[in-house]
Design a protein around this ligand. Structure first.
Ligand code: UD1
Ligand code: MG
Length: 420
């Protein structure tokens, strides 16, 4: 039987600790907003139907998420339970599962979301929580289990007894609920706690008291559930994501000489036996072939496609560059909006002048070309195969195949001039 699977992303919070004029949810990690990451993680887990609960600076959040989610507004911050209540109009009449996710938890793995969903379906659980074991559980809701290990309730730090505060299993704030049972349970939540809030966590006890099964998945990698509240956490999560992405590439056969100074954004493909030297940044939407060498100190921007055995050396920036097999751009170049054939050598300091202040134009370079050092290509311009460009040339016109182009002033030597 087909079931509905949907998600609610809580994105109404204020986030004062970020000290920003903007919503903390639109701060970026590797070029992508925190809240967008949270939503994309749910999408990657296969969940299409997503409702975002927005409030504080909702226009900013909605501008980032666009039509990737539906929206409901939470006008007053009366607690996580109250946030979810705002979304009831989208839950009514549905049968199946709803995941509740935090908009400020950006590096949760889609596989973990799936695991939670699968466990709740396979075990017929009406509420399934994601929990973690922390050495220092301070600040989090604690998981209270009975002697049989079944979850009884979640107690917030502020409401917990001394004894309960010793519990190291915490609530990650990520849940999978049966939609119909959640709707019933939400009606029973009361703000009778130390913070005067409607706690979403109270539905666990309510569901349990109905004699319905609840359960948990204990997350293996505790970093997944980290939220972002201030700039230091923003940096911490960036570093965690950096290591995670770099490790994935290494597991796929890429050599990364320095995991700490290599910045590879999302959605980058790199072939086997390619070597990435230190201080290199590779942005999203880039494909790099096998046996390439990239860096050190290089910057591969969006839209680049590198075939096998390409070398991008030190202090090189490339953008929307399509580069053929065995071609080398070894030092100090900017190659943007260009297409370069196979086995071509681009000399040190070569630059594509791709922007005239209004339009971006293309530079096309053929196979087996030799471009001398310090060449400027004033785009649009095209070089045939097997062309040779004299060093220091400023190329403004197309060069036919097998030609030598020299486009610079001739040198004049004035003898004995410096004796005067
Ligand atoms: C919550 C959980 C706690 C858990 C912790 C994990 C409750 C009562 N407690 O606590 O058990 O250990 O998360 O991080 O749920 N939000 C709204 N509207 C509101 C209140 C919150 O949208 O009215 C959003 C926040 O922006 C945030 C999320 O819900 O994204 C969690 O709220 P937060 O205040 O951080 O909850 P905690 O007190 O940390
Ligand atoms: Mg919190």
């Amino acid at each position: 039987m087909m079931q509905d699977v949907m998600a609610i992303v809580m994105a109404a919070g204020k986030g004062t600790r970020m000290k920003s004029k903007n919503s903390k949810l639109i701060q970026k990690i590797y070029g992508k907003e925190i809240v967008k990451r949270a939503v994309e993680n749910a999408k990657k887990a296969g969940i299409e139907d997503i409702v975002a609960v927005v409030g504080y600076m909702k226009e900013q959040v909605m501008e980032v998420l666009k039509d990737s989610t539906k929206y409901v507004e939470q006008k007053e911050m009366l607690g996580t339970g109250h946030a979810v209540m705002q979304a009831t109009k989208y839950l009514e009449g549905k049968k199946g599962k709803v995941l509740v996710l935090n908009g400020d938890v950006p590096i949760l793995r889609p596989e973990t979301i799936n695991k939670l969903l699968r466990k709740s379906i396979e075990n017929n659980e009406y509420a399934t929580l994601l929990t973690a074991i922390y050495d220092d559980p301070k600040g989090y809701g604690r998981i209270i289990r009975d002697e049989g290990g079944n979850i009884k309730e979640i107690v917030e730090e502020k409401d917990a007894t001394e004894e309960q505060r010793e519990i190291q299993e915490i609530n990650a704030g990520i849940y999978c609920f049966d939609i119909e049972i959640l709707l019933e349970a939400l009606k029973e939540i009361k703000p009778n706690n130390s913070q005067g809030e409607y706690y979403l966590t109270d539905v666990i006890k309510i569901i349990g008291n109905k004699g319905l099964k609840t359960g948990a998945v204990i997350v293996k990698d505790n970093t997944e559930i980290l939220g972002v509240n201030d700039r230091m956490q923003l940096q911490m999560l960036t570093k965690i994501l950096q290591h995670r992405i770099n490790t994935e590439h290494m597991n796929n056969g890429v050599t990364i000489e320095d995991i700490n100074t290599t910045y590879i954004y999302d959605d980058v493909e790199i072939g086997m036996d390619t070597v990435i030297h230190p201080n290199t940044t590779i942005k999203s939407d880039v494909k790099i072939g096998q046996d390439c060498e990239i860096g050190p100190n290089s910057y591969i921007r969006e839209g680049c496609r590198l075939e096998d055995k390409v070398k991008i050396g030190s202090f090189v920036e490339i953008k929307k560059a399509i580069i053929g097999e065995g071609t080398k751009v070894p030092h100090l170049s900017y190659m943007g909006d260009c297409q370069i054939g196979e086995h071509t050598n681009i000399g040190c300091g070569t630059i594509t002048c791709n922007y005239d202040g209004f339009n971006k134009s293309k530079t096309i370079i053929g196979d087996n070309c030799f471009v001398g050092s310090n060449t400027n290509f004033v785009a649009p311009v095209k070089l045939g195969d097997n062309t040779f460009i004299a060093a220091g040339s400023t190329i403004t016109e197309d060069v036919p195949e097998y030609s030598l182009a020299i486009a610079r002033q001739r040198q004049i030597n004035k003898e004995n001039w410096n004796k005067k």
